[in-house]
Ligand binder design. Sequence first.
Ligand code: ASP
Length: 336
Amino acid sequence: MKRRDFIKNASLTGVGLAIGSSLINCDEAVSDKTTEQNNKAIHDLYGLPLVVATWHVKNATAKAMEILQAGGNALDAVEQGCRVEEANEKDQTVGKGGLPDREGNVTLDASIMDKHGNCGSVVYLQNITHAVSVARKVMEDTPHVMLAGEGAKQFAISKGFEPEDLLTEASKDAWEKWKVEAKYKPIINIENHDTIGMLAIDKNGDISGACTTSGLAYKLAGRVGDSPIIGSGLFIDNEIGGCVATGLGEEVVKTVGSFLVVELMRQGKSPQQACEEAISRIVNKPNSNYKNFQVGYVAVNKKGETGCYSIHQWFSITKYQDGVNAQIQSDYYNKA
Ligand code: ASP
């Protein structure tokens, strides 16, 4: 039986699908099989393991899936997946090669959250490529959630991260060109931003997520976006699902976007419906100037269903599920 058929049948017959602490304990339809067979059946039905990420990052989702297929957990998968883009100098919005702030400094924001609701983040981190791994160290090796600036950098160095210059020639050139006009308003270019937010469900049915970015290009020095703010750029609730955001972080923060999406799923909305509702909260604000900025969400629920939605066209996600690593174009609000 295909996953979709099972879900349809389950809702018709009243068999409870697992939106609980564990997928493997909640399925009565396969209760006559051994636990191992049950696990496999449920993984097949729900299309697990699963990785989904913002934008076109097939190498990153492939890395995460490699870890999940080998039996690794979702936390390792999202960290390693994000690291692929952080190391990719051609990606000018993440890690090394990220576009700088208006003073010419590359400053990174990142966060990570596990199945227990533990989380860590770094803001305004300089000279360290793998911000997501520093965020994980904050989560695992300190009693804190967030470290900023010089403190975050010194912490990273104390944990063995090598400091390096993150401003590549290409990003420096782009900054030099930007300086000619130096437009002050922090309006995000609708087609050109790609914070990497990644969500994974492992073979145990557990969910983790991570987010990493160099933030808004040519931002004011000191500006921090949504990506390292737990509940805004990222939120995981292992009983329900997870969400990550991309786009103009200020608008995501003002609506606590990722937390909102997860809470909407808790109330019974599908990931798709929840993403659409979260976008509608932004665009339907009185005096919203949504035509000038982009926000996109991608979400996953405990059943391995995914959803994504953005304000404008051209938001895409990469989903690796059922053996297919595919870029998917998101539906969007502004069709006028
Ligand atoms: N959300 C990021 C920020 O505001 C930017 C992006 O997604 O490109 O920092």
